[in-house]
Design a protein around this ligand. Structure first.
Ligand code: SF4
Ligand code: SF4
Ligand code: SF4
Length: 699
């Protein structure tokens, strides 16, 4: 962090910052923020420490700084410390704020003083100043943010700033002056405000500014329950209505104790940016109207007063809930003083007490004109320079000055001042971005136009090619369809032929079967005939043998006949004659028999030869039948094979036919699709031309 004159009371956590500029938007002085980079930094010398940005930042990129760690370390180290507690404490712990004193004592704080009593002294200081100097206007200064604002940004109001310390510093000075037992003790302020630390620096008193937030975080982390502590009263005298000081108008209501008409001449104003706008224009207003009406400005930075200070958890709470506790305390404080008498005597009692702790000049405060810090950090551009910056931001006409505050500034001119000082950049202006976007769009449009023209050209070219291709394809498809049709006819014929051959083969198969059967039958018969012929041949042989035997017998008979004849010749005529006749007959018979036997044998031999020839022929026939049977079988097998082949061919033909039909149907579909594609291509081409002609209007 760079060296600054004013102590930083807030810190930026860069890694959390998303550069949303909300902090600039809520910042009452704007120029302390540097939004020219990727995160928003801030310049402590221009920062008021108001903490508005802490609450505005949704990303926890801004946190308040206080002396909590140093305070706790000092306590642990045995440092003697007294604490002063801001009146806003009454908004904490459900009204049991005195129990917090018990806790402070437990952690080692030696004494605890109520800043409300310091506020009573503050009012006394104001009234004393008013009485003595009778200034036309007093601007109250309990709020260090407003003091910083006047010192840095509106030094012309310094003469009106109450020349008296704040209630906290009154309390500290009172301790130093009137409580010698705490001399040398460090003083810790338990406060709702981070900027208080700067006031202590300026006045040179006060050692630790310990924020409510840090204390509450610590209590939570250590699981301390304030309700479990014993309430301990303050070591300072009790305040009366100055306990209201932490609420808006608290000063005014305290002054009312002395001046019932106080509200009629007091300007009560609080909250950013209202109070800053008011103060920013106050010096001019003073000049114009000479402050004839208001002579006191009771002002605070925070809308809820110090009750909703940046270091409290109260900003998100309901206002009534917050102020109710303060009002209750106010009633109790007033009741305390009235306890022993009338209002008048109560007032006297309080005044006496205040006199005891008030001393001329003790609580005087002076201020520093810190406008040099502003001048050093912020240069005010001339009208011409502002115009130049606005022109750079594309703001050349009145309507370009949107004053929309999107950049975080109140208006375009303030943004121009920030840019002039390097605290922002045109890129954070909505109008600039819109124009840049338009320019970029136009540039993109021109490039796009060019690209579209080129792309359309290519597309058109390609579409033409595609259409030509589709055209050629359609022709090819037509030719293919015709060829397929022709093929279908040829295949149909072929299938028909195959079917016819198949039928013929079916028919032939029957004949071949018959042939085969009859061949087998013939073979069987010829075999049977062969057997019979063999039997006949055998019988012929037997007959031939028998004929030979007969021939032999006839020969023998003939011999016998001859012998008989010889015998008959020997036997005499009577006997021999008959016997010779018989012998002759026998010889005749024998001759006949022999002759016939020879004839028979001859015939038999002739038959035998015929039989043999038949046997041979039968053998041949058998062989031929075998051959026929074998051939018939082979024909049958061949026929079967051919038939199977033809059947396969037939099936194949059928499948081919089916496939051809499918192909034909597909070709017809393709043809239809190709025709549709051709039409689409033409439509696309028409559309491309249409789009090309209208694209510029569309973008
Ligand atoms: S509010 Fe500021 S600090 Fe927070 S994220 Fe936005 S730019 Fe960053
Ligand atoms: S603390 Fe206040 S003055 Fe400082 S940067 Fe934040 S909003 Fe601005
Ligand atoms: S137009 Fe730009 S410069 Fe003007 S206020 Fe809006 S964002 Fe800021």
């Amino acid at each position: 962090m760079r060296q600054t004159t004013l102590r930083p009371v807030i810190r930026v956590i860069q890694e959390n910052c998303v550069n949303c500029h909300k902090c600039i938007m809520v910042c009452p002085v704007k120029m302390c923020n540097n939004g020219s980079g990727s995160t928003v930094e801030f310049n402590s010398d221009l920062c008021l420490g108001c903490g508005e940005c802490i609450h505005a930042c949704d990303h926890h990129a801004r946190i308040g700084l206080d002396d909590f760690d140093l305070f706790m370390q000092a306590l642990k180290g045995g440092t003697n410390i007294v604490a002063i507690v801001a009146p806003a404490i009454a908004t904490m712990f459900g009204g049991e704020y005195l129990k917090f004193n018990g806790y402070l004592k437990k952690i080692g704080v030696k004494a605890i003083f109520d800043v409300s009593f310091g506020a009573e002294l503050t009012v006394k200081s104001y009234l004393a100043y008013q009485k003595q100097k009778q200034p036309p206007l007093i601007i109250a200064q309990p709020c260090p943010c407003l003091v910083s604002f006047i010192e840095i940004y509106r030094p012309q109001l310094l003469p009106y700033l109450a020349p008296a310390d704040s209630p906290m510093v009154h309390t500290m000075k009172m301790i130093k002056r009137f409580y010698p037992q705490y001399a040398g003790y460090k003083i810790a302020a338990i406060s709702p405000c981070y900027a208080k630390r700067r006031e202590f620096d300026a006045v040179g008193i006060g050692d630790y500014n310990v924020s409510f937030k840090s204390m509450l975080d610590h209590l939570e982390n250590t699981q301390e329950k304030i309700s479990s502590y014993t309430p301990i009263p303050y070591d300072s005298p009790p305040a009366e209505r100055a306990v209201l000081f932490s609420s808006p108008g608290g000063l005014m209501r305290t002054v009312e104790r002395y001046d019932l008409s106080a509200s009629s001449h007091t300007r009560k104003i609080e909250g950013s940016p209202e109070v800053y706008n008011y103060l920013a224009h106050l010096d001019k207003a003073i000049k114009v109207r000479s402050i004839s009406h208001y002579n006191l400005v009771d002002c605070l930075n925070c809308k809820m007063g110090c009750n909703g200070g940046p270091a409290t958890p109260n900003r998100k709470k309901q206002l009534d809930e917050i102020e109710m506790n303060i009002e209750r305390r106010n009633n109790a404080a007033k009741a305390y003083y009235r306890k022993h008498g009338t209002e008048r005597s109560a007032k006297r009692k309080l005044e006496k007490l205040l006199d005891d702790y008030w001393q001329e000049g003790l609580y005087d405060r002076s201020y520093i004109n810190r406008s040099e810090l502003f001048k050093r950090n912020v240069k005010i551009p001339s009208r011409k320079e502002i115009t130049g910056i606005l022109v750079n931001m594309y703001k050349t006409q009145e309507r370009d000055i949107l004053n929309c505050s999107s950049c975080g500034y109140e208006n375009c001119e303030q943004m121009a001042v920030a840019i002039f000082n390097g605290l922002n950049q045109p890129e954070n202006c909505r109008h600039f971005l819109d124009i840049e976007k338009d320019l970029i769009n136009q540039q993109h449009k021109a490039e796009l136009d060019k690209m579209i023209t080129s792309v359309y050209g290519h597309i058109r070219e390609e579409m033409h090619k595609s259409i030509q291709g589709i055209d050629s394809l359609t022709k090819l498809i037509n030719e293919t369809a015709t060829a397929i049709l022709t093929s279908t006819t040829v295949v149909e014929e072929m299938v028909e032929n195959v079917r016819s051959v198949h039928n013929t083969l079916e028919h032939n198969a029957k004949n071949v079967l018959k042939l085969n059967t009859s061949s087998l039958e013939g073979k069987s018969r010829i075999t049977a005939i062969g057997t019979l012929i063999t039997d006949v041949a055998t019988q012929s042989d037997v007959l031939i043998q028998a004929c030979k035997v007969i021939g032999d017998i006839a020969d023998e008979t003939n011999i016998l006949g001859m012998n008989a004849a010889i015998e008959a010749a020997h036997a005499g005529e009577a006997i021999g004659k008959g016997f010779a006749v018989v012998a002759g007959e026998i010889r005749h018979l024998a001759d006949n028999s022999g002759h016939q036997a020879l004839e028979i044998e001859k015939s038999l031999k002739s038959i035998k030869r015929l039989i043999d020839s038949s046997t041979e022929s039968s053998g041949h026939a058998q062989v031929q039948f075998d051959t026929i049977v074998s051939l018939a079988g082979a024909v049958k097998d061949e026929e079967l094979r051919i038939k199977n082949a033809v059947e396969t061919q037939n099936n194949g033909g059928q499948q081919i036919m089916q496939s051809l039909k499918t192909v034909n149907s597909l070709i017809l579909q393709i043809k239809a699709e190709a025709t549709a594609l051709l039409e689409s291509g033409t439509t696309v081409l028409d559309n491309i031309s249409f789009l090309k002609n209208h694209e510029s209007d569309r973008i």
